[in-house]
Ligand binder design. Structure first.
Ligand code: KIV
Length: 272
């Protein structure tokens, strides 16, 4: 059954803000390639994130840090060729926006020009406010990302829940307000207590999209390969697996190997 919504021809940053105002939850999933993006978009997703999680999922790195701007542009341009409805947000990778707002603007412009993405996402709050402001001056929509920010993994040391302590929760709330004031159109909140996330969502007019942030936010995002069970070594509490593709694909590949070895494939009908 198709769940594509007919009321929005194309999802835009404006339609997301309207969805928050009308209390319609926003759905967001990752995609890094044409084929996956075509399926996700065809299913009716609101937002596709070309996440720097491609560094883990597609390239097998332990962290998101190694992925380059050129690689993100490659992934994003493949996704853009597939979509007709979703808003496509592209992560600015580590090292392309922190500490130098001119560099940040140049990186964001390259993403927009060379991939055709619709918006960029940056991790961090007040520390990167200059970079966010400068990107916004070029008319490029910016999505923020607070809470667990994987590009800072070596500062945190672990992927555990963030902002459980009062001081960090206070900074997160201030950063969320700042991102809205600067002009971000939405915010991802990753792995923070549900109560805090709900409080942040209620304090903002821009949508807050959660991953491991509970049900009190304005939308949800998951990494597609995790939610369809293609990956199986990563099982955080917030992850709901809708399929077990790892097992299904393994079975299919084993069946194929067996068919080839036993000369059961190809059959008479499968040749010319
Ligand atoms: O890179 C990514 O996939 C992300 C999501 C986890 C929000 O940033």
């Amino acid at each position: 059954m198709s769940t594509a919504k007919k009321e929005y021809k194309r999802v835009t940053v404006k339609s997301l803000i309207e969805m928050k105002a009308t209390k319609e939850k926003i759905s967001m999933l990752t995609a890094y390639d044409y084929t996956m993006a075509k399926i996700v978009d065809g299913a009716g997703i609101d937002v596709i994130l070309v996440g720097d999680s491609a560094s883990n999922v597609m390239a097998g790195h332990e962290t998101t840090l190694p992925i380059t701007l050129d690689q993100m542009i490659y992934h994003a341009s493949s996704v853009i060729r597939a979509i007709y409805r979703a808003l496509v947000v592209v992560d600015l990778p580590f090292g392309t926006y922190q500490g130098n707002s001119k560099n940040a603007l140049e990186s964001a412009i390259r993403i927009m020009k060379e991939s055709g993405g619709h918006a960029v996402k940056l991790e961090g709050g007040s520390e990167i406010s200059e970079s966010i402001s400068r990107i916004l001056t070029a008319g490029i929509p910016v999505m923020g990302h607070l809470g667990l920010t994987p590009q800072s993994i070596y500062k945190f040391g672990t992927y555990t829940v963030r902002a459980k302590e009062e001081e960090e929760a206070k900074k997160l709330k201030e950063d969320a307000l700042l991102l809205e004031k600067l002009g971000c159109f939405a915010l991802v909140l990753e792995k923070v207590p549900a109560g805090l996330a709900a409080e942040v969502a209620a304090s903002l007019t821009i949508p807050v999209i959660g991953i491991g942030a509970g049900a009190g936010v304005d939308g949800q995002v998951l990494v597609t390969h995790d939610m369809i069970g293609m990956t199986h070594e990563f099982s955080p509490r917030f992850l709901r697996r809708y399929l077990d593709l790892y097992s299904e694909m393994t079975n299919a590949f084993q069946q194929y190997i067996s068919d080839v070895k036993s000369k059961n494939f190809p059959s008479e009908k499968e040749q010319y």
